[in-house]
Ligand binder design. Structure first.
Ligand code: M6R
Length: 615
C-alpha cells in the first residue's frame, strides 16, 4: 500500500508531487511527507494525516522551491501513523532520503547489524533501516548510489517500490521495485516516478512500468537505465503509450468519486463489452480468450481466486459458469488458497480477478497456481498492472480508473467480463442452447440501459437511507446468484459507514441469524423475479413475523413483496443470471447515502486502502 511520487527535471517539483500524492491517496492516507532539494539542501516536511495536512505543514515549515523531490502517502505497516514514522526517511548522515511502499520483512535483523555499527534510528519503520543499509554499503564498498541500492536490495527480504536521492548528487533519482508497483514517466529531460501513472498523466504519456526485481537510475541529461537487481544486467525497457486522461481521474461534478463511479456504470459496462459483444451476429469475441478456449473446455474444473469485492464477483461467476459451461467451479479467497497447499493440476484453469491488479494475496496465489502447472487467466481493470502481466492471458474490464476505495464499477464490469466468458465457453462446449445464448447476448447488451434506469431511484434510496442511518446492524439476504450480491451489499455498508452488516443466503437465516431479528434490525432482501422468488417471499414473511424491518430490492411492477416490505427499491426486469448487474446498484447507493449522512469519509474510509499490496 502507500503511494509514492517523485520528480526530477526543470519544473518546480512541489506542485507535481502534492497533486500526485492527492491522486494516490486511495493507496493510503494515514500520513504524508515530502522531501525537496532546494538547490543547496534537502527540505523535509512530514505529518500524520492526509495530504491536505501536509500542505499546511509545508506552508509553515519549508520552502516549496526545488526541481527535485519525492513524496509519500502512507498506509502504516511498521510503526503507528505519526509524524516520525511518516516518509520520507533520512539516512544518519542526512545525505540520502528515501520513500518506500512495501514491507522489508528482515528489517529487524538488519537494524541490529546497523545499530552494532553505530547507526541510530528515529522511527519504528522498516524504511529507515533500508535507507541506512544503503548508506552503510555506499560507504563501506565505496560505490555510487545506484550500486549501493543494488547491493542492499539483494540483502533484503520483502516487497518494495522505492525512490531515493542523494543531496550530494542532486541530478538523479534511483528507483527499484519488487512486489509493489512503480511507474516511470518520461518527459523532455525530466522524469516522474509514481505508484501508478495518474500523478504524471498531464505531463507525459510515455511510461515504463518496472518489472519485479528491476531498478532504474533516472539521471538528467541521460537516457534511462533499467537494470536487474540480482545481477546488475541492463534491461531494454518497454516504453508504453498511456491512454489515461486527466478527466478520467477527476470527480466530474460529483461530490465523491464513489458516487461518480456508481453513476458511470451504464457507460463503463458498455465499454467492457464494446467490440466484444456483437449481439445481432451472435458473436462474443474476447481477445485474450480466443486462443485458450480449449484450456477451458477441457478443464477438470475452474478455480477462481480473488479478494474482497472481486471475490464476490467470482462467486457470481460460479453460478453462471456452472449453469452455462457445466464445468465445476470453486471460488477461493486468494489469501487462504496461497497458504494451504491446494490441489491444483495442469487440467485446472485458474481465473484471478483483481481491480487493481496489484493485490498481494492474489498475486501470490497466481504464482502458486502457475508453479503447480495451472493455466491462469486474469481479469483486471488496471492496464499493465502486475497481475495482468503475471497471468498467461486475460481480459481487461475497461472500467476506467476506480478511485473510491469502495469498489463499485469494478464489480459490475468484472461480472460483465465473466458473463461473456461463460457464454462464449458454453457456446463452444455446446452446454448452452442456441436460444438461451442469443437471448442472453441481447439481454446483456440491454444492461447499461437497465442500470441507468435503476440509478433513477437514487433520490428514493436517499430517503430510505435517512430512515436507517442510525441502525447499528444490518442483515443482507439473497439467494442463488444474488447471494454474492448480498455479501457485496453488506461489505459496501461496512467499509464506508462502519455499520456492522452481514450477508447471508436467505435460506440460511433460519440456521442462526434469525435470532438477531427484532424491530431494530433492518434486513435488506434481494427479492427479484427468479426461480427462488417464492422461497424468498417466505423468508420475508419469517422476518416480518419477528418485527424485522424489510428493505427489499424488487423487480419493477412487483406487488407481492411490495405488500410485505417496509421499503422497496425497484430494478428493471432482466434474466435471472444477469440480475446481479442491476440488483447491486441500489445497494451501492444505499451504503453511499448512509455514509454521507453519517459524515464519513466515503472515498477514503478509515483503515482501508484501494490497493492492498501487503499480505
Ligand atoms: O484490487 P482488487 O480487486 O484485487 O482488490 C480486492 C479487495 O481489496 C477490494 O475489492 C476491497 O475489498 C474493496 N475495498 C471493496 O470495496
Amino acid at each position: 500500500m502507500c503511494g509514492i511520487v517523485g520528480y526530477i527535471g526543470s519544473k518546480q517539483a512541489y506542485p507535481i508531487i502534492i497533486n500526485g500524492l492527492k491522486r494516490l491517496e486511495y493507496r493510503g492516507y494515514d500520513s504524508a511527507g515530502i522531501a525537496l532539494y532546494d538547490g543547496t539542501d534537502i527540505q523535509l516536511a512530514k505529518t500524520k494525516g492526509k495530504v491536505a495536512d501536509l500542505e499546511e505543514r509545508v506552508a509553515q515549515e519549508i520552502s516549496k522551491k526545488g526541481t527535485l523531490g519525492i513524496g509519500h502517502t502512507r498506509w502504516a505497516t511498521h510503526g503507528v501513523p505519526n509524524d516520525v514514522n511518516s516518509h520520507p526517511h533520512f539516512s544518519n548522515s542526512g545525505d540520502l532520503v528515501l520513500i518506500h511502499n512495501g514491507i522489508i520483512e528482515n528489517y529487524a535483523s538488519l537494524k541490529i547489524e546497523l545499530i552494532n555499527r553505530g547507526y541510530t534510528f528515529k522511527s519504528d519503520t522498516d524504511t529507515e533501516v533500508l535507507v541506512n543499509l544503503i548508506e552503510e554499503i555506499k560507504k563501506q564498498e565505496n560505490v555510487k548510489l545506484g550500486k549501493a541500492v543494488q547491493i542492499a536490495l539483494n540483502q533484503v527480504v520483502g516487497a518494495y517500490a522505492i525512490a531515493l536521492f542523494d543531496r550530494k548528487k542532486p541530478d538523479e533519482i534511483v528507483v527499484a521495485k519488487l512486489g509493489s508497483p512503480l511507474a516511470i514517466g518520461i518527459g523532455n529531460n525530466e522524469f516522474f516516478v509514481a505508484s501508478d501513472a495518474s500523478p504524471f498523466i498531464e505531463y507525459t504519456n510515455n511510461a515504463i512500468y518496472l518489472e519485479d526485481e528491476e531498478m532504474a537510475i533516472l539521471r538528467l541529461g541521460r537516457e534511462i537505465r533499467v537494470r536487474k537487481i540480482k545481477d546488475d544486467t541492463l534491461v531494454n525497457p518497454n516504453i508504453q503509450k498511456l491512454k489515461l486522461s486527466l478527466e478520467q481521474i477527476e470527480k466530474g461534478g460529483y461530490d465523491h468519486f464513489m458516487l461518480k463511479e456508481i453513476f458511470e456504470q451504464p457507460s463503463v459496462i458498455k465499454d467492457t463489452y464494446r467490440g466484444r459483444l456483437l449481439a445481432n451476429q451472435g458473436i462474443i469475441k474476447l481477445g485474450g480468450l480466443e486462443d485458450y478456449i480449449p484450456r477451458f473446455t477441457n478443464a477438470n474444473r475452474i478455480v477462481i481466486i480473488a479478494c474482497g469485492t472481486s471475490w464476490h464477483a467470482g462467486l457470481v461467476a460460479e453460478y453462471i459458469f456452472e449453469e452455462w459451461t457445466r464445468i465445476p467451479v470453486e471460488v477461493e479467497y486468494a489469501s487462504e488458497f496461497r497458504y494451504r497447499n491446494p490441489i491444483i493440476t495442469e487440467k485446472d484453469v485458474v481465473i484471478a480477478i483483481s481491480q487493481s491488479g496489484e493485490t498481494a494475496d492474489t498475486l501470490a496465489a497466481i504464482k502458486l497456481a502457475k508453479e503447480k502447472g495451472a493455466f491462469v487467466y486474469g481479469i483486471c481493470n488496471v492496464v499493465g498492472s502486475t497481475i495482468s502481466r503475471e497471468t498467461h492471458s486475460g481480459t481487461y474490464t475497461h472500467a476506467g480508473p476506480e478511485i473510491g476505495v469502495a469498489s463499485t464499477k469494478a464489480f459490475t464490469t468484472q461480472i460483465t467480463v465473466l458473463t461473456m466468458m461463460a457464454l462464449k465457453i458454453g457456446k463452444v462446449k455446446g452446454t448452452i442452447s442456441q436460444t438461451d445464448y442469443m437471448m442472453h447476448l441481447r439481454e446483456l447488451e440491454m444492461i447499461p440501459t437497465h442500470v441507468a434506469e435503476a440509478l433513477k431511484s437514487n433520490d428514493k434510496i436517499e430517503e430510505i437511507a435517512a430512515v436507517f442511518k442510525n441502525a447499528t446492524n444490518f442483515l443482507y439476504l439473497g439467494r442463488g446468484v444474488n447471494f454474492p450480491v448480498a455479501l457485496e451489499g453488506a461489505l459496501k455498508l461496512k467499509e464506508i459507514s462502519y455499520i456492522h452488516a452481514e450477508g447471508y443466503p436467505a435460506a440460511e437465516m433460519k440456521h442462526g441469524p434469525i435470532a438477531l431479528i427484532d424491530e431494530q434490525m433492518p434486513v435488506v432482501v434481494i427479492a427479484v423475479n427468479s426461480n427462488h422468488y417464492g422461497k424468498v417471499v417466505s423468508n420475508i414473511e419469517e422476518i416480518k413475523a419477528r418485527s424485522g424491518k424489510i428493505i427489499a430490492v424488487v423487480t419493477e411492477g412487483d406487488t407481492e413483496v411490495r405488500a410485505l416490505a417496509d421499503y422497496v427499491m425497484e430494478v428493471p426486469k432482466t434474466p435471472e443470471t444477469l440480475t446481479p448487474l442491476v440488483t447491486t446498484i441500489p445497494l451501492q447507493l444505499l451504503s453511499y447515502h448512509i455514509a454521507v449522512m453519517l459524515d464519513k469519509n466515503v472515498d477514503q474510509p478509515r483503515n482501508l486502502a484501494k490497493s492492498v499490496t501487503v499480505e
